[in-house]
Design a protein around this ligand. Structure first.
Ligand code: NOJ
Length: 557
C-alpha cells in the first residue's frame, strides 16, 4: 500500500465552543485555540480536527450551518481563522475542518429560498413532500433527535425532511446543481490551505428513491428510517464524484463519519483504488453498551465483545483499507468513565485504554481533555444540560411517562454533554476556561483534574499520551504491522500482537480491578511502555497484571 502522511499521524479533535475562551464571553474561540497551539505541539499531535467553526444559529452547536464560507461570530473572524491556520502550519500541525453537508441550517440562504414557493429555483435543494392522502406524514421515519423526521412548512403546506433537528433540513443530493455547489465550496476551503475534512454523517446523503416507510420495532414510535438512508443506493457514486471534483486533487486527509457502516462497507469506502475517502469512523464499538432500545438503553460493558469487534476491524481492513481509531469525540461519553474507572484507578485505566487504542493499526484520534483523563459529569438538573439530543429525548420521554431519575441516570452515562464540558486548564474559577460564565458548566472535578496539574506531574496521563504518540512516529511496526488477538478467552485482559518484518510486540491490557495472572506467551520480557512504575511480576511463564495495568513487550526473531 502506498504510504501516506496521515498513516503515521495522530489527530486531536477540538470542539471549539468548549476549548478555550479568550474574550470572556463564556464561549471558546479561535484566538483561544491559537493560545494553546504550543500545548498541542508539546503533546506531539500532527493534525487538529476542528468541529464546525462556520456561521450557525447553534441549534446543534455548529452542526447546523447557515453559511459554509463564513466564521461563526462567537468564534472570531476569517482573519483569526487564517492566523490559526498559519500558526498551526508554522508548528508543523495540519488543520482538518468539519464538512457538514447531509443537511444545512434552516437559516441557510438556500433553505430561505427553497421554502418560499414550490417553483423556487432552490426548491429541489431540499427534500419536500406533501402529506399522504390519508392525511399522515410523508413517511414514518423518526428523527435521530426524537420526534418525526418531517416538519410542516406553512408557506407551501409541504413537509421537509430533517434526519436531525427541525433546524437541520436534509440537503437533496439527487440534485446535480446542489452537488456541484458543495464541491466548489469544498475546493475553495482546500485552496485556502486546509489539510482535509472530517465528513459529518456522510453515508446518510443518499436516500432510497420514493422514501418508503421503514419497519417499526416493537414499542418504537417511528420507523427505522436508517434502512433507507444509511449507505444508500448512490452513496459510492456521490463520494467518488466528490473526490474527483474536489479533495482528490489535493494531498489531504478525509475521514467519513459513517454510522451503520460494516467492515465490508468500510473496505469499499477506504480502498485507495476506489478514490472515495481515506478512512471512516465506525460506530460499532460505541454501540456495544447500547441495548435493543438504542443508546439510552445502557448495557454493562463487555470486554469480550470489544475484543471481537476491534479484531474484526483490524483484520478486515489490513492491506485493504484504513482504520480510524477513537474512544471519544464530542458525541460520546468520556472513555475513562465508560470503559475504565474514573475514581480509584482513573490514571491507570486512562493510560491502559490509551495503550490499547494507540498501538492498533489505523489513525488515532484524541478528543480534547482525553489526554488529561477528563471524566463524565453528573448534573442533577436537566436545566444544566444544553444538548439538543438530550433535551428532545427528555421532553419526548417525560411526555410518555418515563421517570426523571431513570432518564437522568442514562444521561449521566451516555449524554453528549459529558464530552462538551469545558476544558479544565487549571484550578482557578471555571477551570481557567473563561473569565466569564461558561456556556455549559465546567465539571466540578476541575480543581484536581486539569492541564496545569498534568503538565507538572511527570507521571501524568498527558505525558503517557505524549510517549504513545512519539512511539507511533518512531516505529513502522505500529503504523503498518499486522495485528493478531491473543489470550482470546481471558475474560479481563485484552492482549494482542503487532508484527512487522522480524519484530513482534505483545500488548497486554487489564480491565480488572485486582491482580490477574495470564500466561506469558513469549520468552523475552523487554518492555517498551507500561503504565506502572515498576515492571510487572513474571514467574514461571506467567504474568501478573495489577489493576488496569498495560504493558508492552517486544521480541525480535
Ligand atoms: C454527527 C455529529 O458528530 C453530531 O454532533 C451532530 O449532531 C450530527 N452529526 C448532526 O450533524
Amino acid at each position: 500500500m502506498e504510504r501516506k502522511w496521515w498513516h503515521d499521524s495522530v489527530v486531536y479533535q477540538i470542539y471549539p465552543r468548549s476549548f478555550k475562551d479568550s474574550n470572556g464571553d463564556g464561549i471558546g474561540d479561535l484566538v483561544g485555540i491559537i493560545e494553546k497551539l504550543d500545548y498541542l505541539k508539546e503533546l506531539g499531535i500532527d493534525v487538529i480536527w476542528l468541529s464546525p467553526v462556520y456561521d450557525s444559529p447553534n441549534d446543534d452547536n455548529g452542526y447546523d450551518i447557515r453559511d459554509y464560507e463564513a466564521i461563526m461570530a462567537e468564534f472570531g473572524t476569517m482573519a483569526d481563522f487564517d492566523r490559526l491556520l498559519d500558526q498551526a502550519h508554522d508548528r508543523g500541525i495540519k488543520i482538518v475542518m468539519d464538512l457538514v453537508v447531509n443537511h444545512s441550517s434552516d437559516e441557510h440562504a438556500w433553505f430561505a429560498e427553497s421554502r418560499k414557493s414550490k417553483d423556487n429555483p432552490y426548491r429541489d435543494y431540499y427534500i419536500w413532500r406533501s402529506r399522504q392522502e390519508d392525511g399522515t406524514l410523508p413517511n414514518n421515519w423518526g428523527s435521530i433527535f426524537s420526534g418525526p423526521a418531517w416538519e410542516l412548512d406553512e408557506a407551501t403546506n409541504e413537509y421537509y425532511l430533517h434526519l436531525f433537528s427541525k433546524k437541520q433540513p436534509d440537503l437533496n443530493w439527487e440534485n446535480e446543481q446542489l452537488r456541484q455547489e458543495v464541491y466548489q465550496m469544498i475546493t475553495r476551503w482546500l485552496d485556502r490551505g486546509i489539510d482535509g475534512f472530517r465528513m459529518d454523517v456522510i453515508n446518510l446523503i443518499s436516500k432510497t428513491p420514493g422514501l418508503p416507510d421503514a419497519t417499526v420495532s416493537p414499542g418504537a414510535l417511528y420507523g427505522e428510517g436508517g434502512q433507507h438512508y444509511i449507505n444508500g443506493p448512490r452513496i459510492h457514486e456521490f463520494l467518488k464524484e466528490m473526490n474527483d471534483a474536489s479533495f482528490g486533487n489535493y494531498d489531504v486527509l478525509t475521514v467519513g463519519e459513517m454510522p451503520g457502516a460494516t467492515t465490508d462497507d468500510a473496505i469499499l469506502y477506504t480502498d485507495p483504488e476506489r478514490k472515495e475517502v481515506n478512512m471512516v469512523f465506525t460506530f460499532e464499538h460505541m454501540d456495544l453498551d447500547s441495548g435493543p432500545n438504542g443508546k439510552w438503553d445502557v448495557q454493562p460493558f463487555d470486554l469480550q465483545k470489544l475484543k471481537t469487534n476491534f479484531t474484526k476491524w483490524q483484520v478486515a481492513l489490513h492491506e485493504k483499507g484504513w482504520n480510524s481509531l477513537y474512544w471519544n469525540n464530542h458525541d460520546q461519553p468520556r472513555v475513562v468513565s465508560r470503559f475504565g474507572n474514573d475514581t480509584t484507578y482513573r490514571v491507570a485505566s486512562a493510560k491502559m485504554l490509551a495503550t490499547l487504542l494507540h498501538l492498533l493499526k489505523g489513525t488515532p484520534y484524541i478528543y480534547q481533555g482525553e489526554e488529561i483523563g477528563m471524566t463524565n459529569v453528573a448534573f442533577e438538573s436537566i436545566d444544566d444540560y444544553e444538548d439538543i439530543e438530550i433535551r428532545n429525548m427528555w421532553k419526548e420521554r417525560i411526555e410518555q411517562g418515563a421517570s426523571p431519575e431513570d432518564l437522568l441516570r442514562s444521561i449521566h452515562l451516555k449524554g453528549r454533554d459529558n464530552a462538551r464540558t469545558p476544558i479544565q486548564w487549571d484550578a482557578t474559577d471555571h477551570g481557567g476556561f473563561t473569565t466569564g460564565t461558561p456556556w455549559l458548566k465546567v465539571n466540578p472535578n476541575y480543581p484536581s483534574i486539569n492541564v496545569e496539574q498534568a503538565l507538572q506531574d511527570p507521571n501524568s496521563i498527558f505525558y503517557y499520551y505524549k510517549q504513545l504518540i512519539a512511539l507511533r512516529h518512531q516505529h513502522d511496526l505500529i503504523v503498518y504491522g499486522e495485528y493478531a488477538l491473543i489470550l482470546e478467552e481471558e475474560p479481563e485482559v485484552y492482549a494482542y500482537t503487532r508484527t512487522y518484518e522480524k519484530e513482534t510486540w505483545y500488548i497486554y491490557c487489564s480491565f480488572a480491578q485486582s491482580d490477574v495472572t495470564v500466561p506469558l506467551v513469549h520468552d523475552t520480557t523487554d518492555p517498551v511502555i507500561g503504565n506502572y512504575d515498576a515492571s510487572p511480576i513474571v514467574t514461571d511463564q506467567k504474568l501478573t497484571l495489577r489493576p488496569y495495568e498495560a504493558i508492552v513487550y517486544r521480541t525480535m526473531q
